[in-house]
Design a protein around this ligand. Structure first.
Ligand code: BGN
Length: 340
C-alpha cells in the first residue's frame, strides 16, 4: 500500500478523537448546562481534518506503473463505419473519458502522456468516426492522453500547417506532453501495434494508407499522421504558416526535419496501416497553386515561417466530452487583420 501506513492513519484518527473530546469538554457551558455551538464547530473541523487526511492518503497511494508495452493490445483491427453513428452514442461508450477528451488509465500510472492534434473544419461525420475508433485504441495502449480539435473559423481557405502550430501552442499550455500526434481527421489506424508514442526522430506513422494501396506514395511522404516531441517541434520552428489550401505543407515539414539533420522514424509497413474515410475535396481546401514555389523556398523560409511568426486569435475553447474544441481565427494569406 501507500507510503502513509495504516499505523500512521490510526494514530492520526486517535489524535483527532482526542482533539474532539477536548473541544467537547471546553464547549460545555456550566451555567446553562448546555453544549455550545463550539461543539458543532469542532465537528465541522474534525470532518475537514478527516477529508484532508483521506485526500493525502489517496494521493500517496500511487498506482503501479503501467507496463511499457501494454498487454491490452492486439494486432490488426477490423475498422467499420457504423451507419448513422452520432457523437452522443460515442460519448455514451466512453464514461471514463474526462471532459476535454482526456484520459488516464484507471489502474496504473501511464508511462507516456500524449496529445493528439486534429486540424478540422466542417467534418463532424469524420470526427465522430475517428473518435469512435481512436479513444478505445489509445486506451488499450494504456496512455495518458488528451484530444484537441483545432477548428479554423470562417470560410477562408484552409491552412493545415498553421492549425497544427496553433494546436501545438495550445496543447502545451495544458501539460508538458511527451509526444504530440498530428492527426488528420479522416485517417483511422488499422493495427493495435501502431504505438502512439514518440521516437528518437520525428515519426511518420501513416506510411501505409489504403488510398495508396498500403504503400508510400513517394519516399519522403510525411502526410497524414505524424508524431513529434515538443523538442522536435521547437527545433524545426514548428510547421509552415504559409500554405493556404491543399498540398505541400507536409513536404515542407519533411524538408525542415532534413535541414535539422534529423531522420524520419517509421513503423513497419504492415503496422503503420490506415483506412481513409472517403470524401470529396472540401470546399475551401482547393489545391494550392503556390505550393510548388513555396516548397522550392522551404530552405530559405523555415527559420522565419513557423512558431516564431505565428499569429492567431483564439475565439473559443470548450471542453467537450470527447475532445477539447479550440476555435481560432487564423486570418488569411494577407494577414490576420484583413479577415476581421
Ligand atoms: C503530394 C502533395 C502532398 C500530399 C501528397 C499525398 C504537393 C507538393 C508538390 C510540390 N505535395 O503531391 O502534400 O500529402 O501528395 O496526397 O502537392
Amino acid at each position: 500500500m501507500a507510503l502513509m501506513t495504516e499505523r500512521t492513519l490510526v494514530l492520526l484518527i486517535c489524535v483527532q478523537l482526542l482533539v474532539l473530546v477536548l473541544l467537547y469538554q471546553v464547549s460545555y457551558d456550566h451555567e446553562t448546562a448546555h453544549y455550545e455551538n463550539t461543539f458543532w464547530k469542532s465537528i465541522a473541523i474534525a470532518t475537514k481534518i478527516n477529508k484532508a487526511i483521506r485526500a493525502v492518503s489517496h494521493y500517496k497511494q500511487k498506482l503501479p506503473d503501467c507496463p511499457r508495452t501494454s498487454q491490452l493490445t492486439g494486432g490488426p483491427l477490423n475498422i467499420s463505419f457504423p451507419l448513422w453513428l452520432n457523437m452522443k452514442q460515442v460519448e455514451q461508450k466512453h464514461l471514463l473519458v474526462r471532459r476535454g477528451g482526456s484520459y488516464s488509465p484507471p489502474n496504473c500510472t501511464a508511462t507516456y502522456k500524449i496529445a493528439i492534434i486534429i486540424p478540422h473544419r466542417n467534418r463532424m461525420e469524420h470526427l465522430t468516426y475517428l473518435l469512435y475508433h481512436l479513444h478505445p485504441f489509445l486506451q488499450r495502449q494504456q496512455l495518458k492522453y488528451r484530444i484537441f480539435v483545432i477548428e479554423q473559423a470562417g470560410n477562408y481557405t484552409f491552412n493545415r500547417g498553421k492549425l497544427l502550430n496553433v494546436g501545438f501552442k495550445e496543447a502545451m499550455k495544458h501539460e508538458n506532453w511527451d509526444c504530440i500526434f498530428f492527426h488528420d481527421v479522416d485517417l483511422i489506424p488499422e493495427d493495435d501495434r501502431n504505438t502512439y508514442i514518440c521516437d528518437l526522430f520525428p515519426k511518420h506513422a501513416s506510411i501505409a494508407m489504403d488510398k495508396f494501396k498500403y504503400r508510400l506514395p513517394y519516399k519522403h511522404f510525411f502526410g497524414g499522421v505524424s508524431a513529434l516531441t515538443p523538442e522536435h517541434v521547437e527545433k524545426i520552428n514548428g510547421f509552415p504558416n504559409s500554405y493556404w489550401g491543399w498540398g505541400g505543407e507536409d513536404d515542407d515539414i519533411a524538408t525542415r526535419i532534413k535541414l535539422n539533420k534529423m531522420l524520419v522514424a517509421r513503423p513497419p509497413i504492415h503496422i503503420g496501416r490506415y483506412k481513409m474515410i472517403s470524401h470529396k475535396r472540401d470546399k475551401g481546401n482547393e489545391k494550392n497553386p503556390e505550393r510548388f514555389q513555396l516548397l522550392k523556398n522551404a530552405t530559405l523560409r523555415w527559420e522565419e515561417d513557423g512558431l516564431n511568426n505565428l499569429e492567431y486569435i483564439l475565439l473559443s475553447k470548450k471542453n467537450n466530452h470527447l475532445y477539447t474544441n479550440i476555435t481560432v481565427d487564423i486570418g488569411t494569406s494577407k494577414g490576420l487583420q484583413l479577415y476581421r
